[in-house]
Design a protein around this ligand. Structure first.
Ligand code: PGA
Length: 243
């Protein structure tokens, strides 16, 4: 793993955006695995600015999001589909046909997950996968478990994830209890992985991801086995790691 030290959230966001834009400049039809959550918003904002300046062109890029809540339609303001359009896609020149998010509106979990797996596999997996990390070490919605997951599957969200995500909902009861997520094996197929982390509440998970044993109890720890994984984290998130 390569660790890139950032000063704070803004610095982390710029550094992450630089790596993503370099990928798109190097390969105009790059396939990007994208993430939702608070962490990548700053990077998306930076990429939008560079797009507006004419520095980066997304017209041939294809994107594949990690996960989606089960039971929300695409236009639900809480869906990750909506989030991605609001925070990124609506502000760049990506072709809407090139955007992929698991279909949370399909209640048939097996069909929805198999369809998404096929889409990602047929694309040859992604060139660059952007990941946030959960306070419990989750990646996508792959929560701590007895084994690493493989393909796209339905998960029951843990109490800690429901609590963490409830800040974006009016009431905690409104947070969906299930989601469809890319599996750990699918994530590991990415040719490059970029983990972004910011804030003291991620310090423990970041330490465990980089220095802890590789265990499905800390899903992000599997990234130690990836041959091209870069972690961009700010001082607070790296506080428990040796300099
Ligand atoms: P966050 O979520 O970016 O909102 O902290 C990250 C994650 O849970 O993967």
């Amino acid at each position: 793993m390569r660790i890139i030290h950032a000063k704070d959230y803004d610095d982390m966001s710029r550094k992450a955006a630089n790596i993503i834009s370099a990928q798109v400049i190097l390969k105009s039809d790059a396939t990007l695995g994208l993430a939702t959550g608070t962490t990548p918003i700053g990077a998306y904002k930076q990429l939008i600015k560079w797009y507006e300046k004419g520095d980066v062109d997304f017209s041939e890029v294809h994107t594949y999001n990690l996960d989606e809540y089960r039971g929300l339609t695409h236009d639900d303001v809480q869906s990750y589909h909506y989030f991605m359009h609001e925070n990124f896609f609506d502000h760049i020149n990506i072709d809407p046909d090139n955007v992929h998010v698991p279909d949370g509106s399909n209640p048939d979990a097996d069909a929805a997950c198999a369809a998404y797996d096929k889409i990602v596999k047929d694309a040859g997996y992604v060139d660059l996968q952007l990941l946030g990390i959960g306070r419990n070490g989750h990646i996508g919605f792959n929560e701590p478990d007895a084994a690493f997951s493989k393909g796209t599957h339905m998960v029951d969200l843990t109490e800690s994830t429901i609590k963490a995500n409830s800040r974006l909902f009016e009431h905690e009861e409104d947070v969906p209890r299930q989601a469809y997520t890319m599996g750990v094996q699918t994530i590991m197929h990415a040719r490059m992985i970029l983990v972004a982390a910011s804030g003291a509440d991620k310090a423990e998970a970041v330490y465990d991801m980089i220095y802890g044993p590789v265990t499905p109890q800390v899903p992000a720890s599997i990234l130690q086995l990836h041959t091209n994984c870069v972690v961009v984290a700010d001082e607070a998130a790296l506080a428990k790691c040796p300099r």
